[in-house]
Design a protein around this ligand. Structure first.
Ligand code: HEC
Ligand code: HEC
Length: 353
């Protein structure tokens, strides 16, 4: 067998440097990230001269993992959760359900910059998708909920969103004979707040999207994505997007500052309280404008983008990421390749009607 060429070696070095940078960036908060990004820029310069490897590496070497085919949600609980998800009785005045803001026919979000809650007031932040939320390490833009159940606990009582109380929700659900029977068949203690949250979270665990073309590619079907999309994926890795958007949800597994390489909020016209991010929870200076890195699965269908909905299109969001997260410009072609790659991350959720 022929000795490996210099090009192969360069590509291999680039690949292992990416994993090293990724592994190293994960726990590094705040300032250390800038150093990691500098390393990534150097890496990108190196990678730019190396051609993409001819054969796709084995999935276990990839910084992005396929979505599991199931999260083992109990089907009876998930079916009950689906009913609750679409039930306006979870809100104080019967005007909104979870689905009002997390519409599965709109990528699990609602296409609006902000969503109207039960009394017509608007949410402070852009509604994130509920698709694959089960794969996130924490919930909400600032990660303040540790679990799906915790998120549900809060949203039902949020004065702008559903504006209800748990005793009121339990009473309304228990009054419906159909629900009483279904809960009784599954849960020993029938309709309780804990069981309502469990059923809803079970349903959310079915809202995963393991069948995107990119997942098929990661599972070994080399032809599931086109040459241009493969180039986009290579660029996504080479530029260092993958340092933050990685793992099974292409994000959703770490916190990072929005505006690592420049003040995004200054150029937008000044920061608002809703831009504080993690700082609101911790009051630590290092957490100012720090958000959960959002997962990018199905991202082509969830415009507008960012917690403040300040990017109307995916192309704009990619531009902002280049400028403020990487401190780079990026050629028009490279950005277009990356957008094409991101579009391969979409598919219908398993638990869709
Ligand atoms: C009025 C619109 C609205 C309603 C109703 C609503 N949500 Fe949300 N949801 C949002 C917004 C806005 C956020 C982000 C809030 C934040 O991060 O502070 C969010 C966040 C979430 C998240 C976190 C996703 C992530 O990636 O962090 C999940 C999961 C979720 N909602 C599920 C639900 C469920 C389940 C219900 C019903 C019990 C529900 N939502 C009702 C608007 C809504
Ligand atoms: C330093 C970490 C970091 C890097 C590097 C990074 N991102 Fe992000 N990305 C984030 C954070 C944090 C957010 C959420 C910003 C917010 O809304 O507060 C985000 C948001 C996004 C969004 C919007 C998602 C949504 O649902 O609103 C897209 C699209 C995106 N990034 C793509 C990219 C691309 C493409 C690259 C490479 C060019 C990249 N990112 C590089 C951290 C990063």
């Amino acid at each position: 067998m022929a000795a490996p060429t210099a090009q192969c070696l360069a590509a291999a070095a680039a690949a292992s440097a990416v994993s090293a940078a990724v592994a190293w960036t994960r726990p590094a908060p705040g300032l250390a990230l800038a150093a990691a990004l500098t390393a990534l820029s150097a890496l990108a310069a190196l990678a730019a001269t190396a051609p993409a490897p001819a054969a796709a590496p084995a999935p276990q070497d990839e910084p992005i993992l396929p979505v599991p085919l199931t999260l083992h949600a109990d089907p009876a609980r998930a079916a009950l959760g689906r009913r609750l998800f679409n039930d306006v009785r979870l809100s104080a005045n019967g005007r909104v359900s979870c689905a009002s803001c997390h519409d599965l026919s709109h990528g699990g979000a609602d296409s609006r910059p902000r969503s109207a809650g039960h009394d017509g007031r608007f949410t402070e932040l852009n509604t994130p998708t509920v698709l694959n939320a089960a794969l996130n390490f924490r919930q909400f833009w600032d990660g303040r909920a540790a679990t799906l159940e915790d998120q549900i606990e809060q949203v039902v009582q949020n004065p702008v969103e559903m504006g209800s109380t748990w005793p009121a929700v339990v009473a309304k659900v228990a009054r419906d004979g159909g629900y009483g029977q279904a809960f009784g068949a599954i849960y020993r203690d029938g309709v309780t707040a804990v069981n309502i949250r469990d059923a809803l979270a079970s349903y959310e665990r079915t809202l995963i999207t393991p069948n995107s073309r990119f997942d098929q590619y990661l599972r070994g079907d080399r032809n599931a994505i086109t040459a241009a999309e493969k180039t986009g994926y290579a660029k996504f890795k080479q530029y260092g997007c993958v340092a933050c958007h990685q793992g099974v949800n292409v994000g959703g597994n770490m916190f990072q500052k929005f505006g690592v390489m420049g003040d995004y909020f200054a150029q937008r016209g000044g920061a608002r309280p809703s831009d504080l991010g993690r700082y609101r929870q911790t009051h630590k200076a290092d957490d100012l404008h720090v958000f959960k890195v959002p997962g990018l699965r199905n991202v082509a269908g969830t415009a507008p983008y960012f917690h403040d909905a300040s990017a109307a299109t995916l192309d704009q969001a990619i531009d902002v990421m280049f400028r403020y997260q990487l401190g780079r410009v990026g050629s028009k072609e490279d950005k277009a390749f990356i957008a094409q790659f991101l579009a391969t991350l979409s598919s219908a959720p398993l638990g869709a009607p």
